[in-house]
Ligand binder design. Structure first.
Ligand SMILES: NC(=O)c1ccc[n+]([C@@H]2O[C@H](COP(=O)([O-])OP(=O)(O)OC[C@H]3O[C@@H](n4cnc5c(N)ncnc54)[C@H](OP(=O)(O)O)[C@@H]3O)[C@@H](O)[C@H]2O)c1
Length: 335
């Protein structure tokens, strides 16, 4: 601390990865804060998400600012107000925002979401946050399945997939889900999904065709790569695909490859709708009105995968998500 600054610790990218993200690509360093910010926040939980890896790519994903060497890392976080000069914020309040990954954060009120009493604050990092919004935009708003739909959601034991699959089932559709590990598939079976496949299995494409003999009418694509290839093969004529993400490609040195069977989409007249949630923010309030009662009544199941260790665990937590070691929404507990 100097006369007019306070020092904390934050994360930055030390170098842009070319291939898999490694712990050495993320480093901590001292960060100076003003002594008397409008709000002084202490993040309690930091969300780690696959899109963070896309921010490190040299090109593409232009809807969000790219990170390069020395860029400060940021992410959704649940934080406690320590000091406030903002009207309506008092020490002890909990807020959610897209914040720098630091032990302490100087902030203003704008852009912060207040945590409502009566709701589990951590819900704001999952069903009521960005991952819930993604599931809602992709499934409720864009996919909007009907009872005669056969829906495929891959990586369905993850954050977005688990909610998207439940939303499709709630609308009466038949839902096929996939996950890459036995305990993940067991959780999906416990949630009541009766067709649970392994998108990492060498015979997955054939298993999917067996499970969807009349074809998938709505694909909710999270994985990309070989799994996306299999989705395309399984689509019924005039089906539709909501393209949410391509996580299996994000760590590749050449992450912008399409599946080799992409022409099959044209042959089968499949409509593909790619989306990113920042383009749908005008629907945020509608989403909140839809999702808050589901969270309060617990009519949707959601699960957190909490890693301890604070800032020093963020790199491992993110690398783990990109490799698939999370079950549910991965967040890091700040200590
Ligand atoms: N469109 C948008 O605005 C938007 C917003 C948020 C997220 N997304 C996308 O939604 C998808 C899910 O994100 P999430 O936050 O919910 O993450 P998540 O599903 O909780 O975690 C990622 C999961 O992807 C699977 N995976 C990781 N690497 C893989 C690989 N190499 N091959 C196959 N599967 C792999 C793993 O599940 P398994 O163990 O089951 O393989 C892993 O658990 C991602 O594609 C993400 O980019 C899109």
């Amino acid at each position: 601390m100097t006369d007019n600054t306070l020092t904390t610790r934050g994360l930055r990218l030390s170098a842009r990865p070319d291939g898999p993200l490694l712990p050495r690509h993320i480093e901590s360093r001292p960060v100076s804060l003003p002594l008397s910010p409008r709000l002084l926040l202490r993040p309690r939980y930091i969300s780690v998400d696959p899109y963070m890896r896309t921010r490190m790519h040299a090109e593409g994903y232009g809807y969000i600012e790219r990170w390069q060497a020395t860029s400060a890392l940021s992410g959704w976080a649940l934080a406690e107000v320590l000091h406030s000069r903002e009207v309506g914020f008092t020490p002890g309040d909990l807020v959610v925002g897209h914040l720098p990954m630091q032990e302490l954060v100087a902030s203003e009120a704008s852009g912060l979401i207040r945590v409502s009493s009566g709701i589990d604050p951590l819900a704001y990092l999952h069903p009521l946050g960005m991952t819930g919004f993604t599931a809602w935009v992709g499934m409720e708003h864009l996919g909007a399945p009907m009872p005669d739909d056969t829906v495929l959601v891959n990586a369905a034991a993850g954050a977005v997939g688990s909610l998207a699959a439940q939303l499709a089932r709630r609308r009466g559709a038949r839902v096929i889900v996939t996950a890459g590990r036995p305990d993940k598939r067991a959780w999906l079976a416990r949630l009541g999904f009766d067709t649970v496949l392994d998108h990492r299995h060498p015979d997955y494409a054939a298993q999917l065709l067996d499970a969807a003999t009349e074809g998938v009418t709505l694909g909710f694509e999270n994985v990309g790569g070989a799994a996306f290839h299999a989705t395309i093969e399984a689509m019924r004529r005039h089906g539709r695909i909501v393209l949410c993400g391509l996580v299996s490609q994000y760590q590749s040195t050449n992450p912008r490859q399409g599946p080799a069977n992409i022409a099959t989409l044209a042959a089968n007249r499949v409509k593909v709708t790619p989306f990113v949630v920042p383009h749908y923010l005008k629907h945020w309030e509608t989403f909140q009105r839809f999702m808050a009662p589901q969270v309060m009544k617990r009519t949707l199941d959601w699960r957190l995968d909490i890693m301890t260790g604070g800032l020093d665990s963020v790199a491992a937590a993110l690398i783990g998500v990109l490799e698939g070691d999370n079950l549910g929404k991965r967040v890091v507990l700040m200590e």
